[in-house]
Design a protein around this ligand. Sequence first.
Ligand code: ADP
Length: 403
Amino acid sequence: MIESRLPSLPVCPSPSVEHGGERSPALRILGVDDDPVDLEILRRHLHELGALVASFHSAGDLESGLRLAREGEFDLVFLDYDLGDATALDFLARLEEAHVDVPVIVLTGHGDQETTVRVMRQGAFDFVTKDVQQPSVLRRAALNAVEKFRLRAEATRSRHELERTVEDLRGKNSEIQSFYHVLSHELKTPLTAIREFVTIVLDGLAGETTPKQREYLEIALRNCDTLRLFLNDLLDVTRIETGKLSMHFEELDLDALVEAGVQALRATAEERGLELVLEQAPGAPRRARADADRVNQVLSNLLTNAFKFTPAGGRVVVRLGTADEGRSARVEVADTGRGIDPARQERIFERLYQVDVEDFAIQGGLGLGLHLCREIVLAHGGGITVESEPGAGSTFTVELPLL
Ligand code: ADP
């Protein structure tokens, strides 16, 4: 083993030198080569780089090279490819095993492409063929490798920071989810009791009521129902997040289901001064393996939205047909309402997204409905899309696989 230090160069921890107008580090370099003559050539070339090299140590075989690399704090290693009974590939593998992180430039005897590809794959930062080895080539390779190493270390640090942040956010998100879950449950119990007592009073079981009192109680009842829907949506969303949204699949007739769903909301459409039309394409009954309550929930969400965002006098059409050469059912809910800006159409399926901040104040809703619709439809192996033109209306299309 040869160990030498360039006598004319000071050993300094991490100084820097001026290089082409930029600051460059003064490098502590290790050379590993089994040929003492080659090591001496390398030492002389590096000596010519002046203040760029803070110190030079050398080793004549794999084991002593590794020991030095582990013990000394080097900024750069020049490594001969052929180390007698080992190669640079072995050295690089052992460095990795020992978790020694240092940029390595491999010196190869000739420009053998396969060798260079192999050493680069094994973790070398660069290679220099010995026949073109000159101070200027070494200088460029050294500076490039050190810079590349610095950038890689920075990228690794940023990645770790990002991973920690993601982990943190996941933890916080899950805390918020369980808080929502508990809160929704806790609120549902007293709400059910309030609704129960309001109903008792409304039904006259607690004594006579005046028409005015009944009118107020009916308003209270409607608000209880709205609140219950919010809480149910909130509970469903937390179930999605924790993968616990339960589905009860059964073989069912989609035509009958959609017909009943539309029928259930006919009175609401009328109250809002909207025309509600159901168009069923003729053909064989559309049968699917689906969760009836959840499909109802999707239809009811889409219809409620259509009612909310369509002014009185408008029209809402539900079309039921088939798609994908009869393999899927297609349910369209089309309205003549305010429409949705194209830039926001993708985002409306996101959790808590509302196109307009006023939407909550004016129309109610938590921005969860479409998110739930999409998750339910996806759980059925289907899809949901929207086409809309601001001012002209929107059409939501749900496709569900048929049996
Ligand atoms: P919300 O329950 O608050 O209505 P949704 O997830 O159902 O939330 O809808 C998200 C947003 O998408 C709504 O706030 C509204 O801005 C927009 N949107 C949904 N359906 C329609 C529609 N038929 N016409 C216009 N805008 C709609």
